[in-house]
Design a protein around this ligand. Sequence first.
Ligand SMILES: N[C@@H](CCC(=O)N[C@@H](CS)C(=O)NCC(=O)O)C(=O)O
Length: 211
Amino acid sequence: MTIELHAFDTPNGRKISVALEEMDLPYRVQVVDITKGEQFDPAFLKISPNNKIPAIVDPEGPGGQPISVFESGAILVYLAEKTGRFWPSEPMAHVATMEWLMFQMGGFGPVPGQVHHFIALDNETDRRYGLKRFMDETRRLYAVMDRRLGEHEFFAGGEISIADFAIVGWAWRHPRHQVDLADFPHVQRWYRVMMARPGVARGFAVPLRRG
Ligand SMILES: N[C@@H](CCC(=O)N[C@@H](CS)C(=O)NCC(=O)O)C(=O)O
């Protein structure tokens, strides 16, 4: 049965197209153009109560019943539990997957997202303050990831997991938050490995915009 992915061409949307491709799940995209306010459509609100992409509808959810899921972290966990893939069962790696998934959801997403906001401001005073604050924190988060990836191949350890899909969605935007990956060589090594995966490449190539 085909899953509906309601998304747009953003880091949080890409996390899910990457996961669906990597998990070989059949899906079709329903573009929600957030530049046109489509996230506020009452029909979308029914599946995404926070009016944000991404959301999915799985016609074959628990007990064979349809289910909708919002919040990209919850969607990744849902898909990992559904397929049993990219969700390490070995206890240490399982906990590490959750840790790095939460790290992404709570930090490495909201923080570079603020850089994307402040960098586009015209008012130089507002811009300078916001950029200093959130760029410093973004670079600190890259340093945290660099330490982890200096010790492990992937975020959960030796095995790729949904935490990598969550983080690659935002690392993909490093040019926009003006981070040179050469400053974080372990992140750069991991990023190249991730982007060389056919499933990840397909997840970034699938059209998430109209036209
Ligand atoms: N915590 C949410 C964040 C989702 C989010 O911020 N989505 C953005 C695009 S990346 C959005 O829909 N923005 C439209 C809006 O805020 O009106 C998740 O991870 O799913």
